[in-house]
Design a protein around this ligand. Structure first.
Ligand code: PEP
Length: 256
């Protein structure tokens, strides 16, 4: 973390978990545990059906509500889809774009991510853009190339002014939901390469202000070590964001 230049952001990704009633209960449980948080922003990216309840439950706390996906068109004949404007009007502040599960199970491409990032920003949402390599790519030693390519395509035509609204989440696919975490050095190396890439695209000043999170089995035990890396500015957390004490412990680590 480097709080001098950028915000630390701890974001939970609930994936397809929690009904609205369960969401309310979990947020009510989290609120007192997160009340002391001073130095970081906290976000909960909840299923679409939980948004209304989550926004209401989080009111009066420092928790912002995010979505996990959106469509890149403004409106139209896209049965089952949700637009950026719809999210914005419901009180959503952040939206995850290009999570590896969306890429893997719903064939989302870097070009789709690019369209979504631009539409999200235009609607007043902050995209959390995910990138990361497969195990095979890491073993082939092409991690940095893969991540650079994902970032460059997804950020194409995003203006220097708009890049400030983007959060990048580095999520090695082999670490998501597997219990295997990248070492602090691995996470630090890739997050630093992401910042180098942002520097090439937007200059040093913009690059040093962008929050780059790590995601992949981050938990109460390993969070502090990961967050001590200078280019790791927070976390995108799946499993551990479904338990109030675990999420609170990660937030506490980010506040040290
Ligand atoms: C995620 O869903 O983005 C994630 C990192 O999940 P987990 O923390 O469960 O690995």
């Amino acid at each position: 973390m480097n709080r001098r230049y950028r915000k630390t952001i701890i974001a939970g990704n609930w994936k397809m978990n929690k009904t609205p009633l369960e969401a309310k209960t979990l947020i009510e449980e989290m609120k007192p545990l997160l009340a002391k948080c001073k130095w970081c922003e906290m976000v909960l990216c909840v299923p679409f059906t939980d948004i209304q309840t989550a926004v209401k439950s989080a009111r009066g706390s420092k928790i912002a509500i995010g979505a996990q996906n959106m469509h890149f068109e403004k409106s139209g004949a896209f049965t089952g889809e949700i637009s950026a404007d719809m999210l914005k009007e419901m009180g959503v502040k952040y939206v995850i774009i290009g999570h590896s599960e969306r890429r893997q199970y719903f064939n989302e491409t870097d070009i789709d991510c690019n369209k979504k990032v631009k539409v999200a920003i235009a609607a007043g949402l902050r995209p959390i853009l995910c990138c990361g390599e497969t195990l095979e790519e890491r073993e082939q030693d092409v991690t940095l190339e893969v991540v650079r390519k994902q970032i460059k395509i997804a950020l194409r035509d995003v203006s220097p002014d708009d890049i400030k609204k983007v959060v990048i989440a580095y999520e090695p696919i082999w670490a998501i939901g597997t219990g295997k975490t990248a070492t602090a050095e691995q996470a630090g190396e890739v997050c630093s390469a992401i910042r180098d890439c942002l520097r090439e695209l937007y200059g040093a000043r913009a690059a040093r202000a962008i929050t780059v999170q790590y995601g992949g089995s981050m938990n109460a035990k390993n969070a502090l070590e990961l967050l001590t890396q200078p280019d790791v500015d927070g976390g995108l957390i799946g499993g551990a964001s479904l338990k109030a004490p675990d999420f609170a412990a990660i937030v506490e680590a980010a506040n040290q």
